[in-house]
Design a protein around this ligand. Structure first.
Ligand code: SF4
Ligand code: SF4
Length: 439
């Protein structure tokens, strides 16, 4: 069967070979973690601990009353030594709880699995997912329990697990599907039960044939589940693209996947859901790809949340002298960082150290009206016009040009021969349009 494909997109150099064959290794227990009280989209948490308190691994240390929020937990046992602003991957300082380890990694005694989770009600499962602090781990960080609470009248028939991992360099999801496929499948089944969905689909790009095979074998006797191989093309893993290619349904402008009966989650999120119901463990660790030519020994590491990026780069042999750019996330959608003194959070899929050869530090020029950005945009926007509108503060025009539909995939900037920072302008335009809509 021919694989469906979406319009636009790009084929960047993938560079996944640096880590694709490297099994996940468990990073040593950090001596210190910094746990930001906001690691999700929505209301920030308030601290539940004070400086000087002893905490155990898995203990809830931050919570919010807001529905769109997710609690945070201690990722090591030890003592709280500070609560205050700390560098955050989003580029600003955010209130965070610093914990110095006692070296014991003693777990909170309250934690335990959901007994007979297969017999639990959807509400019990959803509560367990919320209590575990699970958010979208592909980088979106939207609280998982909110996605699993569709408004009345919105029936969900399909849950899609995003195993595309279309960002260059990243291989954490790939390794997770190879090494812990059972968790990915159990997480999917739990999500289907919560949503009453009859169909579960795992979409995997065809540059990961081993993952397609392993997951495919695992679900052979599960007729409600299927694996859909996807053509390798960036941004195949973007929610709207994935849904369109797999279900032939189009998420409307300004709409959500649930408007077309679909909920979409990342591979890591599915594994975290399985952990929450099977062991009762909250989200306190994740797999991170540490890579790029600037990293001496690239790796896929399972790390405790709050571990400092500086510690991970050291663990991987340190940064080479010709490192020019540090990125948290993938090279297309990740954010460049001025420092390694910042923590791994729930949405940190990768840490990239790129050398001068890998990044083109070229000054931008004027637009030559080539329309390559238009051809590359998978959402059918006209990036050059929106960028110009944003640059001149003409946000009403940006709105008319549907700036709010931009998925910030970076394809337009990638193909622009004038090296205009189109994605940055799109982010400016989108943020302003959405802020004006809120009033
Ligand atoms: S305009 Fe937005 S959605 Fe379109 S290519 Fe650029 S970043 Fe991607
Ligand atoms: S790709 Fe760059 S140069 Fe070409 S039209 Fe778009 S903004 Fe202008």
């Amino acid at each position: 069967m021919a694989m469906a494909i979406f319009k636009g997109g790009v084929h960047p150099e993938y560079r996944k070979e640096l880590t694709a064959s490297l099994a996940i290794s468990v990073a040593p227990l950090p001596e210190k973690v910094v746990i930001p009280l906001q690691q999700h989209i929505g209301a920030p948490c308030e601290p539940l601990v004070e400086v000087g308190d002893a905490v155990k691994t898995g203990q809830k240390i931050g919570e919010s009353e807001g529905f769109v929020s997710a609690p945070v937990h201690a990722s090591i046992s030890g003592r709280v030594t500070a609560i205050g602003p700390y560098n955050h991957p989003l580029g600003r300082k955010v209130a965070a709880v610093t914990i110095e380890s006692d070296g014991q990694d003693e777990w909170d005694g309250q934690i335990g699995p959901l007994e007979n989770y297969v017999e639990c009600s959807p509400e019990e499962l959803r509560d367990a997912i919320r209590e575990a602090g699970i958010v979208g781990m592909g980088g979106a960080t939207f609280p998982a329990h909110v996605k699993m609470s569709p408004p009345e009248g919105k029936a969900i028939d399909t849950v899609i697990i995003n195993g595309a991992e279309c960002e260059p360099y990243l291989t954490a999801d790939h390794r997770l599907m190879l090494e812990e496929p059972e968790k990915v499948v159990i997480g999917l089944e739990v999500m289907m039960r919560v949503l009453g969905a009859g169909k579960g689909i795992i979409g995997i790009e065809d540059n990961k044939p081993d993952a397609i095979r392993v997951i495919g074998q695992l679900i052979e006797d599960k007729p409600a589940l299927s694996v859909v191989p996807l053509k390798t093309k960036y941004p195949q893993g973007a929610e709207k693209m994935l849904i369109q290619v797999i279900t032939k349904r189009q998420v409307p402008s300004g709409g959500l996947p649930l408007d077309v009966g679909v909920v979409n989650h990342n591979t890591g999120t599915a594994a975290a859901v399985a952990d929450a119901v099977l062991t009762g463990r909250p989200l306190i660790e994740r797999v991170v790809t540490v890579t790029g030519e600037g990293i001496r020994r690239p790796a896929n590491l399972k790390v405790r949340l709050g571990t400092l990026v500086s510690e991970l780069t050291e663990l991987c042999g340190g940064l080479s002298d010709d490192t020019r750019k540090l990125i948290v996330g993938g090279p297309m959608m990740g954010l460049a960082q001025p420092t390694t003194d910042l923590p791994v959070i729930k949405g940190t899929s990768g840490i990239l150290a790129l050398t001068g050869e890998e990044v083109e530090l070229i000054e931008s020029d004027t637009c030559i009206r080539c329309a390559r950005c238009v051809a590359a945009c998978p959402i059918n926007l006209v990036p050059t016009f929106i960028a110009q509108a944003a640059e001149h503060g003409r946000f009403a025009r940006a709105e008319k040009l549907h700036a709010a539909d931009c998925i910030e995939c970076g394809c337009c900037a990638y193909v622009c021969p004038a090296r205009i920072p189109l994605t940055q302008w799109m982010r400016v335009a989108k943020a302003e349009v959405l802020a004006r809509r809120k009033g």
